[in-house]
Structures are given as C-alpha cells and as structure tokens.
Design a protein around this ligand. Structure first.
Ligand code: ZN
Length: 196
C-alpha cells in the first residue's frame, strides 16, 4: 500500500464532482490538507449531513428535508398552475422573479438520449399523474432553451396534450441555448407573463 493511500482516495473522491479532473482534484486535496483542515472536516460533515437529511419532495421532486417541500405545502400557492422546470436551481430562478404563484414539478434532469436519460428518468409518469389530478388547469413548460431542454418540452407537451391538458411554454425572449439559472429576472418574468 502506498504511503499516500488516504490522499489518493480523497483525490479519487473529489473527481466525482462534475468538471473536476485529476489535476484540479489534486489541487483541492492539497489545499484542504495544507491550508484548511478545519474547513475539510466541515465539508466532510456537511456532505454527510446533506446526504442523510435531504430527499425529494413526494409531490414535486425538488430537494427537501421533509416529506413535502415548503412550496407544495403552502396553501397560498395556486394549485391550478403547475410549472415544470429541470432543476432546483431553475426553480429558484423562477422564484426570485416573484412572478409565479403556482406550484412546480422539478424533473431533476432533462431528456438526453445520448446519456441514456429517457422519460422514466425525469419522472414523466409522476408528472402526468400530478398534472392529471383534476386540480391542475395549466402546465407551464419552463425547461431550458437548450437543445435538450427544447426536446424535453416537446416530448412532455405531446404527452400532456394527449391527455387533454392545457400546456404553455415560456415565451421566447429567453436567449436560445440558455439555462434559466443564468438569465436575468426581468427576462424570466416577461417570458412567464408572455407564455403561450
Ligand atoms: Zn414540492
């Protein structure tokens, strides 16, 4: 066994993060061990706590520590409007505009056949069940304006419409190829108001 076995294990673990290759992983590991051991322990505890505590809302699939998230549990939200987004970050972007008072369904991803992500992986059956609960009157597709986000919106629209549900899409104005998370609030709010 090498005398840096634990360090090697740490580097391998850091490489699990998206976009982190072996060199960045080594830099992070060296930094933590050399300059911030207290921070490293804090990181380890935060990771463990989050993995143990955070789960998915049974209604909208976003991250929550309870059975149901605070938005789904809020009686002041309009249950007749269901906004479909790709990620909790996109949901947060819409929430920051304060232009939407309905509820959400968070896909926790997008269709991506090349990566083997199909309809089952983004909870399409759960979405159809939720949208067909008799309370939802309009489903607003707010997937990103990327190729995969548009393809996802197309597939979801077909499935929802075939069940007689009213479907709208965020209006253009959000630049093509962009992710909601990075779009300014005014643009998102307009896209929401002008949905069609
Ligand atoms: Zn929820």
């Amino acid at each position: 066994m090498s005398d840096t076995h634990s360090l090697d294990t740490l580097v391998q673990a850091l490489r699990r993060l998206p976009g982190v290759g072996v060199r960045s992983a080594q830099r992070m590991a060296f930094h933590l061990l050399q300059h911030d051991r207290a921070g490293a322990l804090q990181l380890a505890r935060a990771l463990e706590g989050a993995v143990q505590q955070v789960r998915h809302c049974t209604l909208c699939h976003t991250f929550t520590e309870g059975e149901i998230c605070s938005i789904c549990a809020d009686p002041r939200r309009d249950a007749s409007k269901l906004c479909v987004v790709e990620t909790p970050a996109d949901q947060a972007a819409l929430e920051r505009t304060a232009a939407f008072n309905g509820r959400y369904f968070v896909l926790m991803g997008r269709l991506s056949p090349l990566d083997g992500i199909g309809p089952g992986d983004i909870g399409i059956d759960e979405l159809l069940a939720r949208a067909g609960d008799g309370v939802v009157r309009e489903v607003i597709l707010a997937t990103n304006f990327t190729a995969e986000g548009e393809a996802t919106a197309h597939v979801l629209a077909q499935a929802l419409k075939s069940r007689g549900l009213a479907v709208t899409r965020l209006a253009r104005g959000v630049p093509a190829g962009s992710e909601l998370e990075y779009v300014d609030l005014g643009t998102i709010a307009h896209a929401l108001v002008d949905r069609h």
